[in-house]
Write a protein that binds this ligand. Structure first.
Ligand code: AMP
Length: 212
């Protein structure tokens, strides 16, 4: 089963993808996570991507499509994948269609997780994440017990792009470049919409119902 999660930054795609990965044994592919890892390791991709990411701009489509082509050809993707944060443009969606045909795969579900923008801004300005295991925290509603991760004792950090100016730009970019994908997948009769403005476990219940 291959699932694609659409939604604005901070809509909870990553949290739902992690739950889906655990429950259904699918591989979670987050282009944002892959890019952050590349930036951290100072690879050639990371060096190219860093500037775009810090400004909240999209990394060029060609780089992203090359990255996805390489990623989905790995054996750990044979049992199915969850795309999180990809595609983000119509060009990426068309590129994914071609890659899926080439690899004899298809999308089984496209879920759009919908959260009002004012709630997203509140979420992202309070977001923290463990740099070790990726566990999400919230400064107000769900802080770590210390400055280390409760699960793996890694450093809990604020992402470089979770500041107010960059968040605003990321949401503008989402509206302009990524939101048109809702119509793109709706026209293919594969899109389902989910109210993401509630507790993560309640959202997951709705996700599971839609997958049945
Ligand atoms: P995310 O973790 O999904 O919020 O992504 C963080 C940043 O990585 C984005 O603001 C973009 O700069 C970049 N990025 C992640 N995925 C993509 C993508 N599919 N296309 C272009 N840029 C991306």
């Amino acid at each position: 089963m291959n699932i694609l999660l659409l939604g604005a930054p901070g809509s909870g795609k990553g949290s739902q993808a992690k739950l889906l990965e655990t429950k259904f044994g699918l591989k979670h592919i987050s282009t944002g996570d892959i890019l952050r890892e590349s930036v951290k390791n100072e690879t050639s991709l990371g060096k190219l991507a860093k500037e775009y990411m810090n400004k909240g701009e999209l990394v060029p489509d060609e780089l992203i499509l090359d990255l996805i082509e390489e990623r989905i050809s790995k054996v750990d993707c044979l049992g199915g994948v969850i795309f999180d944060g990809f595609p983000r443009t119509i060009k990426q969606a068309e590129g994914l269609d071609n890659l899926l045909v080439k690899n004899n795969k298809r999308l089984n579900h496209v879920l759009s997780i919908d959260v009002p923008f004012d709630k997203i801004i509140t979420r992202l300005t309070a977001r923290m994440v463990c740099s070790g295991c990726g566990k999400d925290y919230n400064k107000i509603s769900n802080p770590p017990k210390s400055d280390k991760c409760d699960v793996c004792n890694g450093d809990v950090i604020v992402r470089a792009d979770d500041n107010e100016a960059t968040i605003k730009n990321r949401l503008d970019v989402y509206k302009k470049s990524t939101e048109p994908l809702i119509d793109y997948y709706n026209n293919k009769n594969i899109l389902k919409r989910i109210d993401g403005d509630k507790d993560v476990n309640l959202v997951f219940n709705d996700v599971e119902k839609l997958l049945q």
